[in-house]
Design a protein around this ligand. Structure first.
Ligand SMILES: Cc1cc2nc3c(=O)[nH]c(=O)nc-3n(C[C@H](O)[C@H](O)[C@H](O)COP(=O)(O)OP(=O)(O)OC[C@H]3O[C@@H](n4cnc5c(N)ncnc54)[C@H](O)[C@@H]3O)c2cc1C
Length: 357
């Protein structure tokens, strides 16, 4: 971007969430500009495990305790619909495979039972699972995919529809109607900040997000194992899947790092990578060589619900506590709808935080 650009809305951050804001604004006939610090999808969107999970980051029975039955079930259904929508929008980047939650000990298996009962009571899709991997729950409508490929596809579609998206353009200063980048500035009616990890730094008024690092590794083709769908275990801390080309991607063990993993510094660290490697070999039986190691930043909230914040003339949202591929898209569409119409698909389900007087 060079010089001055005028638009109705400026979206800061072009990951999966920001691109959903852009797409929804275009549907609503809004003239939109997006600015991205690095490349489209270069944040957590392009560094994640590729699980497309319905629901909130908390297991459903816990979300019910936080939000109440009706709101938790309504949010779950919206995320199910969002997965279908993502598959229809970008079929090359999303597959519906189902996902598996495994209980690693008696306590977690009992928690799976509670989740099963709570989801069945709400008529949400889930079955009990017992197989060679262990015991847990199968979610038949979840999916997996390539969030970076999806982000790039959404960005090129948005550009074709008239959105002006600027990469390598960090928003260094934000006011409700002005976004300044090193080479130019956007003048607009509304700014929407769509940043998950590091939101508390980008918009210091959003105090409820805390950023942690999550780490992963990937192997070459692993013909010795067959993992048909994404799996997560140990209360969601550890997660793995096998890609269509047989490579295995594995993430987790963040909790073993203690305080050192509460950082925005998205570089892999020795101890966590070592734990991943031990589990890859001894737990999953993968012998293929490790080809990639990486890390990314995730925004966490205490109640594991996303934050949607509205200040004077501007919006900011994020804090998906580790599962933002689907929830971030729902929130992005909702924020766009709120900006333009004052109502959204999240009305009565997720509340908007306003700055205290
Ligand atoms: C290792 C790892 C594994 C994960 N696995 C999964 C998973 O399997 N399933 C799942 O659902 N979720 C997963 N997550 C979480 C998920 O990746 C995120 O919740 C999701 O990508 C959030 O999308 P976003 O668009 O809100 O944020 P991001 O993708 O982080 O996008 C925000 C963008 O904003 C840009 N930005 C930041 N500040 C500025 C600024 N000042 N100016 C301009 N641009 C700025 C960043 O460069 C970035 O591109 C994982 C995360 C990590 C790190």
């Amino acid at each position: 971007m060079k010089g001055r650009v005028d638009a109705q809305v400026c979206v800061v951050g072009l990951g999966g969430s920001g691109l959903n804001v852009v797409g929804e604004l275009l549907d609503l006939g809004v003239d939109v500009v997006g600015v991205e610090r690095g490349r489209v999808g270069g944040g957590a969107t392009g560094r994640n495990g590729g699980f497309f999970l319905a629901g909130t980051p908390d297991f459903h029975h816990r979300a019910v305790a936080t939000m109440g039955e009706e709101r938790a079930a309504a949010l779950y259904r919206l995320t199910l619909e969002q997965i279908d929508r993502m598959w229809l929008e970008t079929p090359n980047a999303v597959q519906i495979t189902g996902s598996l939650r495994l209980g690693v000990d008696q306590e977690e298996i009992e928690d799976c039972r509670e989740q099963l009962q709570s989801m069945q009571a709400a008529r949400l899709p889930v079955t009990a699972y017992s197989g060679r991997e262990g015991h847990g729950l199968l979610f038949p409508h979840d999916g997996r995919g390539n969030p970076l490929r999806r982000a790039r596809a959404l960005a090129s579609k948005a550009r074709m529809r008239g959105a002006r998206l600027f990469e390598q353009s960090p928003a260094n200063a934000l006011t409700p109607t002005l976004v300044e980048t090193p080479h130019g500035e956007v003048h607009c009616e509304t700014v929407v900040v769509a940043v998950d990890g590091g939101l508390e730094k980008t918009v210091p008024a959003v105090k409820s997000v805390r950023t942690a690092r999550a780490q992963m590794l990937a192997t070459g083709p692993a013909y010795e194992v067959d993992i048909p769908r994404p799996v997560y275990a140990r209360w969601g801390y550890d997660y793995w899947q096998q890609l269509p080309d047989k490579r295995v991607v594995l993430g987790g063990f963040r909790d073993l790092g203690g305080r050192s993993e509460w950082t925005r510094d998205a570089v892999p660290s020795g101890p966590i990578q070592q734990s991943l490697e031990i589990f890859l070999r001894d737990g999953l039986g993968v012998r293929a060589p490790i080809t990639h190691r990486w890390a990314g930043a995730i925004g966490f909230t205490r109640d594991k619900l996303p934050v949607i914040w509205r200040g004077a003339g501007g919006w900011a949202f994020g804090g998906y506590s580790g599962t933002g591929n689907v929830l971030g898209a729902v929130c992005g569409r909702a924020v766009a709808q709120w900006v333009v119409t004052g109502h959204s698909l999240l009305d009565g389900i997720v509340s908007v935080t306003r700055p205290s007087a």
